[in-house]
Write a protein that binds this ligand. Structure first.
Ligand code: HEC
Ligand code: HEC
Length: 381
């Protein structure tokens, strides 16, 4: 890169100066990594990758908080003050580009700044809606104690829309970097790796001193607070997941041929239908004496899906009128398993759709966490 520095009055001045301090660069590439993992596990991978998805999301959240703090007390070009965004400035910037040339931006230009704020905001929203989804739909994490399934589902829809918008913004970001690199003749990707850009011929903005120790102190305090809260809140019983143990008689009588289906997996109507016809139970005679039948039916009714707010309870609550005794006949069950090939269910290792515990390691306690899904290796297509 040609420099006209040789004729300057300060021959010892560095030709390239640090624009992006080390923490900004670590933040940037850390975010690239975390968002890539979150996007891959969210869009492409099966649900049992949820833990990796949540961990990458948590990283994104931490990085966003760091960047906001660093925007106040970081080095010059890290500070939000160094890239204010306003309509007037944007208009000016567009006019500059249109005129061919324009001011050089050592830090972020107007569009770059706008993108930084936009991405920080949308990634923060993604983190928040992610935690609400985790709490309401999966009944895990710090908000599980307070979030209903319905709220979780709404958050999930917003989360999915935000994720797509984020991908579009990232595409725009890459296009902007390519365009600006071409326009300014300065490789901006390399600048984000080395942190350096060619020193301007004119005066440089006075350097703001970064305050890494203050930042570390603030972030440590925040981390301690959030971590403590997360641990304590995650320990609270999840909303809509009452601590009901399997009735021992039920476990014995209804768990001898198949999994003793947790009562939360079917609505009261399904349980009534099953208990009313035990003598003709799917080709088996499963009849019990009247008092045991009544006792079990009462217990099932008292703990049926209507009394739970898990994903499974919400999904399987509504019986299929054509086959009211089967959980596997409900529209939701069919939809949740539409990607699982029939051959997998028919394989000897699984033993049919009704063998929930062949693929759901936590089926016996009625949780059906995505992390606990594992199709037996021999049965995999
Ligand atoms: C003698 C063996 C036997 C006993 C005991 C038994 N079942 Fe079953 N049950 C079956 C068979 C066989 C099926 C059909 C499984 C299949 O289609 O793969 C079935 C299916 C079911 C299903 C439907 C599962 C689906 O596909 O959605 C429910 C619900 C059910 N049983 C509840 C009960 C309850 C409640 C009890 C206790 C009162 C009980 N069963 C006792 C043999 C038994
Ligand atoms: C052959 C293996 C297999 C069997 C048997 C099976 N499932 Fe599943 N189930 C899966 C897979 C795989 C998924 C994830 C589907 C997806 O989202 O791609 C799933 C998803 C689910 C979910 C949603 C979990 C979540 O939050 O992501 C529920 C609830 C569920 N199954 C309940 C049941 C019940 C109840 C039974 C038994 C009546 C059952 N499953 C039997 C493989 C199985």
């Amino acid at each position: 890169m040609s420099m006209d520095r040789s004729t300057s009055h300060e021959p010892l001045a560095p030709a390239r100066i640090i624009v992006w301090d080390r923490l900004v660069r670590i933040f940037h590439w850390g975010l690239v990594l975390a968002v890539t993992f979150a996007a891959a596990t969210g869009f492409l991978f099966p649900p049992n990758w949820l833990d990796i998805h949540v961990i990458s999301g948590a990283f994104v959240g931490c990085l966003i908080v760091f960047r906001v703090v660093w925007g106040w007390i970081g080095s010059t070009y890290a500070r939000f003050r160094s890239f204010p965004v306003s309509l007037a400035l944007l208009r000016q910037h567009v006019a500059d580009i249109a005129a061919g040339g324009g001011t050089r931006h050592l830090g972020h230009n107007q569009f770059g700044g706008l993108m930084v704020y936009g991405l920080l905001a949308i990634l923060a929203l993604l983190t928040i809606t992610g935690i609400v989804t985790l709490g309401g739909v999966v009944k895990q994490g710090p908000l599980a104690f307070a979030t209903s399934f319905a709220t979780g589902q709404s958050a999930r829809q917003i989360h999915e829309i935000l994720a797509i918008v984020t991908l579009l913004m990232l595409a725009a970001h890459l296009a902007g970097v390519a365009f600006e690199s071409w326009r300014s003749g300065e490789n901006l990707v390399r600048a984000m790796i080395t942190g350096r850009k060619a020193a301007p011929s004119g005066p440089v903005e006075p350097l703001a001193t970064a305050r890494p120790f203050l930042a570390a102190a603030i972030l440590t305090m925040l981390a301690a607070l959030v971590l403590t809260a997360t641990i304590h809140l995650s320990d609270l019983p999840a909303r809509g997941v009452p601590p009901v143990a399997l009735d021992p008689t039920y476990a014995k009588e209804c768990g001898s041929c198949h999994l003793a289906y947790p009562p939360s997996l079917a609505g009261a109507a399904t349980w009534s239908a099953v208990m009313a016809d035990l003598a003709n139970h799917f080709g088996e005679n499963a009849s019990l004496d009247i008092s045991t039948t009544t006792q079990l039916e009462n217990w099932l009714q008292a703990n049926s899906a209507e009394h739970w707010d898990t994903r499974a309870a919400n999904a399987f609550r509504i019986a299929n009128p054509a086959d009211p005794q089967r959980i596997t006949a409900t529209a939701s069950w069919v939809r949740l398993h539409q990607d699982v090939p029939d051959a997998v269910f028919k394989s000897a290792k699984v033993g049919g759709k009704s063998s929930c515990s062949a693929c759901h390691r936590d089926a016996a306690i009625g949780r059906f966490d995505p992390q606990q899904i594992s199709i037996p290796r021999e049965a995999r297509p």
